[in-house]
Every structure is written in C-alpha cells, then in structure tokens.
Design a protein around this ligand. Sequence first.
Ligand SMILES: [Zn+2]
Length: 188
Amino acid sequence: MPIAEDFVFIGRLSLDFAHTGDMGYGPRFERLKSPGDLNRWLSLSPLRLPPLPISDVEMEEAKILRRAISRVASALVAGAAVGEQDVQRINRAARQPALVVQLARDGKCMRWHSPTLSAVLATLAADAIQLFGDATQRTRIRRCENSGCQAIFYDDSRPGLRRWCAPNRCGDRMRAKVYRQRKSQGHS
Ligand SMILES: [Zn+2]
C-alpha cells in the first residue's frame, strides 16, 4: 500500500499483519525492518502485547507466515488457486500453542500468559484459517477500490457492500474525490 509507510489497522488481525509487508510494492514498503518494529506492531495491534524477545530466526518465521497469508488472501480475492506451500506454512504455524489469555488478580483486566512470538504466530495463523476456511467470511475478503491503496480487507459491515478498506482511510478520500469530480463537471 503506497499511501502510508506506517502501520495500518483496518480491523482483521491476520490481514493487518499481512499489510506490514511490502505487498508487492517493493522493499521500501517493508514495515518490519527489525524485531523492534514487530514489537511495536504487536503493542499497537488489538493483541496489545508487551515487548517480546524476538530472535532473527523468529523474525524470519514471522515474515514467512506473513508472506503465506498475504499470498493466500491475494489468490482468494482474485479467484485464483492458492499455493499449496502457503497453506502448509499457515497450518504449520497454527499447530503451535497459541496465545493464552488470563484474568488479572483484581478480575477486571486481562493479560497474556507467558506470551512468545511462536504463540503470536500461531494466533495470527489461526485467524487466517478462520478467515480463509470459513465460507461466509471468505466471500467478504475484498480489495480496496482506491487504486492508490488496493489493500485487501475483511468486510465486516452488515450489508457486506464495503468498497474501500476503511471509511477514515480510503472511504472519505474516495467520496471527496467523487464530490470534487461532480462539482468540477457541474461548472464546466
Ligand atoms: Zn484503501
């Protein structure tokens, strides 16, 4: 997505994770350049994780899973066949123990029980499996119609007619563009 180099959270964990990659736009759109970047993403994401120790090998595993999720999502949205190897990679990550949530002593807030990056990847993979493997959810995977964005998103709106990744991102921008076009045509 060339419109922003920082993280974007459109609302679906596994797809938001996929968007930290260059999505085919070239290495300068890579957003996870270091374990520190990944920790920042994890703290800003709905998982709200504390900083984790992340080795170079784990960083590589995270990117392998991310690429697999991204490729399967792209294939599904294009109506193309998904790569067998990508499916295997997602399944392999999902077989690890996922993140475990615990209630804090006061019973009023939650925290993760001994989170690890492997558990994070298992949780991300499980979300991707739910999304791709569920017939209803799968039909709601879309590509943003803003040509400068083209982010793949999950349409969780009730009517299921969303054309843009997020109203406050591309929706408003595209509506403003249409408005300007109409106005300029009206004056010509
Ligand atoms: Zn968009």
